[in-house]
Design a protein around this ligand. Structure first.
Ligand SMILES: *[C@@H]1O[C@H](CO)[C@@H](O)[C@H](O)[C@H]1NC(C)=O
Ligand SMILES: *[C@@H]1O[C@H](CO)[C@@H](O)[C@H](O)[C@H]1NC(C)=O
Length: 299
């Protein structure tokens, strides 16, 4: 009996050592170190109920937030358990913890900015867990929504779909002096407007000569947003409609009170839709189960 206890203790110590060597612990938010090139934190949630060949959802926090905070305040942890995907929560390294969506580096494919680091987190995860590269998605709120649009532009080869809650078009925060994580008042205030063609070109220029498929996009915005003015909704819709060659002025379908009362869903084509939340401010609630449908985890 005593021998058995000793043996069990010994075995569990060996087991614990083996487990701790591998950074992520299933069912727990874990940090992975050593993935760059920027110093963005890499937090990962591997569900206990990990699917075979799992998908990946990157969930990107708002300014003042952190990877841990978004893990707590968004529904992706429970959804990861329900659908078996791995959730990645990047954490901004910048003061004020906004994401860098302004520098030339971050607005360029493999340009050495935060977008590059987040794409590398995905590549690390695909490699480590043999995840399904066809099921890689990104979503985020506010600064995280800006980063969602930037990642869709800079890494169309990595992401299959994106959902942005209250952001701005990819490249709208572009800094004249290529400042890192710089705030851009004219964009935030909705004063940066352009044609669908010009906005699309901003995306094309992030990864010149890319000719593969691009992520499907779903864009949420509140009509009473005082932080990132609602004009940014129109500009973002122009951008993705332009990228996919849809006619921004002739959406396929507009549905009132969808997905809920007071919201309007506008479908530009199979790859682009917007959801405008009438009377809602900067905090548009994340609709986790709907996200699962858009990403294709749920029917
Ligand atoms: C803000 O972004 C726009 C592009 O969207 C750019 O033209 C402008 O120079 C930027 N402002 C600053 C202060 O960098
Ligand atoms: C797309 O780009 C790749 C890599 O640059 C190239 O090998 C391929 O021939 C291109 N395909 C088309 C249809 O242009």
């Amino acid at each position: 009996m005593r021998l058995l206890t000793a043996l069990t203790t010994c075995l569990s110590l060996v087991f614990a050592a083996a487990v701790s060597k591998r950074a992520p612990t299933p069912g727990q938010l874990s940090q992975v170190t050593g993935v760059g090139p920027t110093r963005a934190g890499f937090y990962i949630y591997v569900p206990r109920a990990l699917a075979a060949s799992p998908g990946i959802v990157v969930a990107v926090h708002y300014c003042t937030g952190t990877g841990q905070a978004y893990f707590q305040n968004s529904p992706y942890r429970q959804l990861a358990e329900q659908y078996g995907f791995i959730a990645i929560y990047p954490s901004s390294p910048h003061s004020g913890t906004c994401w860098d969506v302004s520098s030339r580096q971050t607005l360029t494919h493999e340009g050495g900015g935060d977008s590059n680091t987040i794409a590398n987190m995905v590549k690390w995860t695909i490699n480590e867990y043999r995840a399904d590269a066809e099921k890689v998605f990104v979503t985020g709120t506010s600064s995280g929504a800006m980063m969602t649009n930037v990642l869709a532009g800079t890494y169309p080869d990595v992401f299959k779909a994106g959902i942005a809650y209250s952001g701005v078009p990819a490249g709208c925060f572009m800094s004249q002096s290529s400042g890192v994580a710089a705030w851009n008042n004219s964009c935030a205030n909705g004063q940066v407007t352009a044609t669908p063609q010009i906005w699309a070109q901003v995306v094309f220029d992030m990864y010149p000569n890319y000719n593969g498929t691009r992520p499907r996009m779903q864009i949420y915005h509140g009509s009473a947003d005082g932080t990132l003015r609602p004009q940014n909704y129109q500009e973002t819709m122009k951008q993705w409609a332009g990228v996919f060659g849809y006619d921004y002025n002739k959406p396929q379908e507009t549905r009132s009170n969808d997905p809920q009362s007071g919201y309007t869903r506008t479908i530009y084509g199979p790859s682009v839709q917007g959801i405008y939340a009438n009377g809602v401010g900067h905090s548009v609630n994340v609709r986790g189960q709907d996200d699962m449908k858009f990403f294709g985890f749920a029917a």
